[in-house]
Design a binder for this molecule. Structure first.
Ligand code: ADP
Ligand code: ZN
Ligand code: ZN
Length: 711
């Protein structure tokens, strides 16, 4: 870093003292900002590079440090004399400082999710900002500025659709009371996106910026195209993890500079710096992908609500199947519910049909198979007949099976060997097409053995069924049918998913077999049959959110059928199940989210689960389970000694997936009916936990997950 590169020099002892949120080195934690000096005052929110130990790291000036007393440097907690404070090395002031409200959001998120401030601040900024110098930054800013101007074209906008009465009512109600977050509740195809577009138009007309959060990257192209078409005179920036670092910085800068009026992105976009933010939309607010699963485990949906309330701007949460957290807040009157009744136009919701798999003959080959789990027949006869009808009419069928590969496990009937993963508590999945056994958790892939590795038996056999096998079976009974498999294995290459979906849209496919990738967002005009081939597992899962996820997946999948009004009347959703009378399926058949939510909330209340209680998990990982366990037991003893009221701590236990990639995991659950009490306990306890870590060398890492998705 030199003056020549455009850095603003910062040497000089007589200068101002600053508090800087610094990027923490891996696996360390620096909770609070550190003190540095600079020859001249720097605006809070300015990006800097500072020395930290022997290295130089990125940081953000958080606040001026006004006292003349001893300061806090990287020796964490130890105070140093003012004269010993180190100077900021470089100042990146070629872009405007991050504004106080952005910093307040990061402050809030760091304390709520119990992470270091600097760690979070730097993690949510584009990675390139940590690497480039001020001269490079100046060039990027200039490029972003001129690109924005060049993008203003003369392409007339696609005119907005005239809203129907439900949509008008929802939009008016939305803007009539912006103090409370609003849930826009409507099934797929009920016109939610059109309401987003109209709401956005209003915010844009007043010169505001609009942030639209979407769950997954493969949903973005369609939504992005609709926004781009509707608002060609406005610049749209997208922010998601599939961008190159250069693109990500460019788009982020467009938002930060206020050039992009529209920002569309996945969870990380909730942290976009948007000086004129006037509206936030969270599409599919119930989606689990809004919760970050590593590092700072934040919920982008929850932060979006916080951010809107902080700014006093409206926030719209859209869903056909709201999360139970959101639903409960509606019931409490904390959120408003705006309802879009039915589908637009003639589009009817598909008729839901249950296939009782108990009525079918027991599977022949697979040992221990449940009645009806007839993995040697592709589908129940009635369902297969319905698929045939579609084939004859030139319509498409979509078959959902949430298990990729050929079979989830290989088995030796002679000695009982199963294809377990040596590194994880999981089976290795048999992939027939490339003859491998693959662990879907650690990635270990080996050629399928010819014979049982334990006893040499040549007759090892697959148990159960994944998408590969279903395609094979269908091919055998429906010769000539064009069958496409779409799952994580077939969509690895860049653009693969888009290409395969295009083939579906162009009518080059008769039957689609795939995992939940297929259920979301896509607008398949020719699909008139959707079937869940084997969905029962989620009903009996140890994961308390599994039924909620299944219901929303099936509702969403049902929404794939009959989107074309001309075909809607014969569209159907089929469920193969051994519990056809299950209340979840009954609610699904009636398209009755409220009945489902009522039943689930009763169960959650009885079991003391969210949204009736608040949870936090402390996780520890070590090579030896005993080391992780010892650490958490010592931690539990610390917590018990603190005797925090209203917080219940459960003893540390291994999770269902105890070993992953040779790392053993142990976790400890904290529960409270009071969110403040839980947070008080965590923030009092964490410094002790941090200190304890030093005495437990076997522990590789530990982390807190506030509001965990699964326990
Ligand atoms: P959702 O987001 O709830 O799935 P969309 O907004 O995508 O619903 O609407 C579903 C379909 O209906 C889309 O093709 C959309 O263009 C159309 N549509 C939405 N609102 C209207 C309207 N007011 N008049 C005519 N068509 C509409
Ligand atoms: Zn064997
Ligand atoms: Zn593994």
């Amino acid at each position: 870093m030199s003056e020549a590169s455009g850095e603003t020099a910062c040497e000089g002892l007589a200068g101002a003292r600053l508090r800087v949120a610094v990027e923490a080195p891996r696996h360390t934690s620096i909770a609070a900002p550190l003190d540095y000096t600079c020859g001249h005052a720097l605006l809070p929110g300015t990006l800097v590079r500072v020395p930290l130990g022997a290295r130089e790291v990125a940081g953000v000036v958080w606040e001026p440090a006004d006292s003349a007393g001893p300061g806090q440097d990287e020796s964490a907690g130890e105070l140093v004399a003012p004269a010993d404070l180190r100077a900021v090395r470089a100042v990146l002031d070629a872009m405007p400082a991050l504004d106080p409200r952005w910093r307040a959001m990061v402050d809030f998120a760091a304390s709520y999710y119990q992470r270091g401030l600097g760690e979070l601040a730097l993690a949510v900024l584009p990675p390139q900002l940590r690497q480039i110098d001020n001269g490079q930054l100046a060039r990027r800013v200039k490029a972003a500025t001129s690109a924005a101007t060049a993008a203003f074209g003369e392409a007339p906008a696609r005119p907005p659709l005239a809203l129907n009465a439900n949509q008008v009512a929802a939009l008016e109600a939305f803007f009539a009371d912006t103090r409370r977050p609003a849930l826009l509740h409507g099934v797929t195809g009920s016109g939610k996106t059109e309401v987003y577009l109209h709401a956005a138009a209003r915010a844009l007309a007043q010169g505001g910026q609009v942030l639209v959060l979407v769950p997954e990257i493969n949903l973005t192209p369609q939504l992005e195209a609709r926004f781009a078409e509707r608002f060609p005179q406005h610049l749209l920036a997208s922010l998601h993890s599939a961008l190159t670092p250069a693109q990500r910085l460019r788009h982020w800068l467009l938002a930060h500079l206020g050039r992009a009026q529209l920002v569309l992105g996945t969870r990380l976009a909730v942290f976009a710096s948007m000086p004129r933010l006037a509206l936030i939309v969270v599409d599919e607010e119930h989606d689990a992908s809004f919760k970050q699963q590593e590092g700072a485990r934040y919920s982008a949906r929850d932060l979006a609500v916080w951010r809107a309330q902080q700014l006093g701007i409206p926030v719209l949460l859209g869903s056909a199947t709201p999360s139970l957290e959101t639903w409960r807040r509606v019931q409490q009157g904390r959120y408003r519910r705006l309802v879009l009744g039915s589908r637009i136009g003639e589009g009817e919701l598909p008729r839901v049909r249950m296939v009782d798999m108990r009525q079918l003959p027991r599977a022949g080959s697979a040992q221990g198979a449940a009645p009806g789990a007839a993995d040697d027949a592709p589908l129940a006869p009635a369902l297969l007949g319905a698929v045939r009808e579609r084939l004859e009419r030139g319509e498409q069928s979509l078959l959902l099976l949430n298990r990729r590969g050929y079979a989830p496990v290989l088995h030796c009937p002679a000695c009982g060997w199963k294809s377990d993963c040596p590194h994880c508590s999981a089976w290795r999945v048999f992939h027939k097409l490339d003859r491998t056994l693959r662990c879907h958790h650690c990635g270990l892939a080996e050629r399928v053995p010819r014979a049982c590795p334990e006893c040499g038996n040549l007759d090892i056999s697959p148990i159960g069924r994944g998408t590969e096998k279903l395609v094979e079976q269908l091919g055998a009974v429906l010769p000539g049918a064009r069958i496409a498999r779409i799952d994580a294995d077939t969509t690895r290459g860049a653009g693969e998913l888009v290409r395969q979906l295009a083939a579906v849209h162009d009518g080059e496919v008769d039957i689609l077999v795939g995992t939940q990738i297929l259920a979301k967002g896509h607008d398949f005009r020719r699909v008139t049959l959707v079937a869940a081939v084997n969905p029962d597992g989620a009903l009996f899962s140890a994961d308390f959110r599994a039924p909620e996820r299944l219901f929303s997946l099936l509702m969403q999948a049902a929404g794939r059928a009959g989107r074309d009004a001309a075909r809607a009347s014969r569209s159907e959703m089929w469920i193969q199940t051994t519990v056809p009378a299950h209340p979840l399926y009954a609610a699904l058949a009636a398209h009755d989210y409220e009945a489902f939510a009522r039943a689930q909330l009763e169960e959650r209340a009885a079991a003391g689960l969210p949204p009736f209680t608040h949870l936090a998990l402390v996780r520890a990982e070590a090579r030896e389970a005993a080391a992780a366990m010892a650490f958490l037991q010592a931690a539990a003893a610390q917590l018990a000694a603190m005797a925090v009221p209203q917080v219940r701590a459960y003893p540390p236990v291994p999770p269902a997936m105890a070993r992953l990639a040779d790392v053993e995991r142990v976790q400890m659950l904290l529960e409270s009916t009071s969110r403040p009490a839980l947070h008080k306990a965590l923030s009092q306890w964490l410094p002790g936990l941090n200190a304890l870590r030093a005495a437990h060398r076997g522990v590789i890492r530990w982390a807190v997950d506030v509001d965990p998705q699964a326990i």
